[in-house]
Design a binder for this molecule. Structure first.
Ligand SMILES: C[C@@](CO)(OP(=O)(O)O)[C@H](O)COP(=O)(O)OP(=O)(O)OC[C@H]1O[C@@H](n2ccc(N)nc2=O)[C@H](O)[C@@H]1O
Ligand SMILES: Nc1ncnc2c1ncn2[C@@H]1O[C@H](COP(=O)(O)OP(=O)(O)O)[C@@H](O)[C@H]1O
Length: 287
C-alpha cells in the first residue's frame, strides 16, 4: 500500500487509541522480577490525540501541559528522543498531547501516546525503521507500547512483547473510571498477587475461563474499584483492565452500551467505545 506523502510544513494530528485487557493472567516471573503475562489486548475507537510539527533544529519540545507529567518524563518526549537516537535523524518536533485517557487507569494511555509518536515521526522524519524495530524501541519505554505498534487485536505473552493476532467478535464497551488512580508497580509487588496461573494455549481458549489476576488485589486495596465493578456487573460481564482502576463490560449494540452509561453514578467517569480491530496508523510502517 502506498501512502500519500505528508507535508512537513503542516502540523500532523494523529490518534492514540486506548486499550483494554480482555483478560490478564500472571503466569510467572523473569529473573529481573518482571512478571510474565498472558493477555488479550484490544484497542478502542476512543483515546488521546497527538499533534506533531517537524522541526529542523533537532529540538523535541512538548507544547501542551499535562498535569502531573513534566515534559522530560512524558512518554511522547521520551519516544521522540529514542527514535532520534536510534535513527540518527537531524529533525526534531513540537509535540502536543490532548489527554482524554485517564492516567493510571489501565487503559494504556501513555503507552499509546508513545506508540503514535514513534509511528508518526518514523514517517515524518523519513527514518524508515521497520515495525519490529519500532516495537523493540517501544518496549524500552513500556510493556504495552509494542502492542500499539503491532496494531491489531492481540494475544500477548512475555511481558506483553510476544504478540500474535487474535480474532474477537465485534463489541461495544462501557468503560467506567472510578475516582481513583492505581499505581501499576504497587499491584505487581503485592504479596497477595497470584503469579502461577496455568498457561493457556491460544488456539480455542475459552474466554469465560479467563480473568484478570490483578483484579482481586486491586479491589481489596481500592474499595472504589470494587464498588464500580459491582455496579457495572449488574448490567454485563464486567472486568478490570490491566492494573486498573478502569472497568469495562462488552455489549452487542451501541444502544445497550449507551443506556448503561446513562445510569452511571455521580462522580464516576464513563465512556462508550467500539472495539477497534486495526490501529489507524498501522499502515504507516512496513512489516
Ligand atoms: C499491567 C499492564 C497490562 O497491559 O498495563 P497497565 O495497567 O499499565 O495499562 C502492563 O503490563 C504494565 O506494563 P508497563 O506499562 O510497562 O508497566 P509500568 O507502569 O512501567 O511498570 C511499573 C512496575 O511494575 C512492575 N512490572 C511491570 C510489568 C510487568 N510485566 N511486570 C512487573 O513486575 C515493574 O516493577 C515496573 O517497574
Ligand atoms: N503521555 C503520557 N500520558 C499518560 N501518562 C504518562 C505519559 N507520559 C508519562 N506518563 C506516566 O505514565 C503513568 C502511567 O500512565 P498510563 O499509561 O496512562 O496508565 P496505565 O499504565 O495505567 O495504562 C502515568 O501515571 C504518568 O506518570
Amino acid at each position: 500500500m502506498t501512502l500519500p506523502d505528508l507535508d512537513p510544513a503542516q502540523p500532523l494530528c494523529v490518534p492514540a487509541p486506548a486499550k483494554i485487557n480482555l483478560f490478564l493472567h500472571i503466569v510467572g516471573r523473569r529473573p529481573d522480577g518482571y512478571h510474565l503475562l498472558q493477555t488479550a489486548f484490544r484497542m478502542l475507537d476512543w483515546g488521546d490525540e497527538i499533534t506533531l510539527q517537524r522541526r529542523d533544529d533537532g529540538l523535541i519540545l512538548r507544547t501542551s501541559d499535562v498535569p502531573g507529567v513534566p515534559a522530560e518524563s512524558d512518554l511522547v518526549v521520551r519516544a521522540a528522543r529514542a527514535l532520534q537516537a536510534a535513527s540518527g535523524s537531524r529533525f526534531g518536533a513540537d509535540i502536543g498531547v490532548l489527554k482524554r485517557i485517564p492516567m493510571g487507569g489501565g487503559l494504556g494511555g501513555g503507552s499509546s501516546d508513545a506508540a503514535s509518536v514513534l509511528l508518526a515521526l518514523n514517517r515524518l522524519w523519513g527514518c524508515g525503521l521497520s515495525r519490529q524495530a519500532l516495537q523493540d524501541l517501544g518496549l524500552k519505554l513500556g510493556a504495552d507500547v509494542p502492542f500499539f505498534i503491532f496494531g491489531e487485536t492481540a494475544f500477548a505473552e512475555g511481558v506483553g512483547e510476544a504478540l500474535r493476532p487474535l480474532a474477537v467478535p465485534p463489541a461495544w464497551y462501557v468503560v467506567v473510571a472510578p475516582p481513583v488512580s492505581v499505581p501499576t508497580a504497587e499491584i505487581f509487588s503485592a504479596k497477595e498477587l497470584t503469579r502461577d496461573t496455568e498457561i493457556l494455549i491460544m488456539q480455542g481458549f475459552a474466554a469465560h475461563k479467563t480473568r484478570n489476576d490483578m483484579q482481586a488485589v486491586v479491589c481489596v486495596k481500592y474499595p472504589e474499584v470494587a464498588e464500580s465493578l459491582e455496579w457495572l456487573s449488574q448490567y454485563g460481564d464486567a472486568r478490570m483492565s490491566g492494573s486498573g482502576a478502569c472497568l469495562f463490560a462488552p455489549f452487542d449494540t451501541e444502544g445497550q452500551a449507551r443506556q448503561v452509561a446513562a445510569s452511571v453514578p455521580l462522580g464516576w467517569k464513563v465512556w462508550v467505545a467500539r472495539g477497534l480491530d486495526r490501529h489507524p496508523l498501522k499502515d504507516w510502517v512496513a512489516d
